[in-house]
Design a protein around this ligand. Sequence first.
Ligand SMILES: Cc1cc2nc3c(=O)[nH]c(=O)nc-3n(C[C@H](O)[C@H](O)[C@H](O)COP(=O)(O)O)c2cc1C
Length: 299
Amino acid sequence: MKTIAPQDLDVQSFYRLLNSSIAPRPIAFASTISKEGHVNLSPYSFFNLFGFNPPILVFSPSRNRHGEKKHALLNVEEVPEVTINLVNHAMVEQMSLASAEFDRHVNEFEKAGFTAVASERVRPPRVAEAPVAYECLVRQTLPLGDGSATLRPGAGTLVICEVVLAHFQDEIFDEKSRIDPHKIDLVGRLGADWYVRANDAALFEVARPQMGVGVDALPASVRNSNILTGNDLGKLGSVLALPTPNAVASHAQTDGMKALAEEARFGCQYLPDLLHHRAKQLLAEGKVEEAWLTLLLEK
Ligand SMILES: Cc1cc2nc3c(=O)[nH]c(=O)nc-3n(C[C@H](O)[C@H](O)[C@H](O)COP(=O)(O)O)c2cc1C
């Protein structure tokens, strides 16, 4: 374990550790406009949803290496409006191109080859290619740190935005009108040059927890198993009640359990290990109750 205080490292080295560990992050592709009408489009992964009543999105441009404000921040200080466009896999290379340090008056919609669509409630246009776009009013900009740090390279400013209109491409919805993660195909940002595509094998579901019995209700031999993982224990701890002794006794009489006991006896195998392997398999199949019944046979 490495234990580091931020002041023990130079700013860039600690930034790299933060950036690679607070990850993956969603990407706000922010379109802003100056008071003269120059449009800017740039990505920000210091970004998230911070409230939904009212709907609040926050992103944070850091000062550049010269300690100067980024164009997006200069723009929202002049015109406190933004469109926040979400980035899917089909857009990622063009989005990256838009992040290059073009001059303030260069329009990154044109440089990166995106289509600007006029917004309805705010002045900056939105990105036609984006699966979702939020038109927002900037409610507040908040310099971060103790005040002395705000002119340093890397000093951040929160841009707190309230959504006033949202646009969703029809293609991202499933038949029940829910956004389908496979269809929206979002990307996230990690450290260095890494991105993640939230699709295919990267997607999985975790059942909502109940007020379960807890991992502490598991017998010590199960909690300390070398076969069951922390995820296995989490699933077991999520059940509402332990199986009754009667249920355990009748489970012991099932053909599968009798076969396991025979295997242990004649194969000279350690029965608890066999039970743990069997329970692990049942948990992978989503059969949590049966896994419990199996593990309680150990006693
Ligand atoms: C995926 C991605 C995420 C980024 N996130 C941030 C961020 O959160 N904060 C930041 O200051 N710069 C971030 N950048 C860099 C800015 O996009 C880049 O500095 C850009 O030139 C800023 O443009 P502007 O000065 O025209 O606003 C990111 C770049 C990429 C490619």
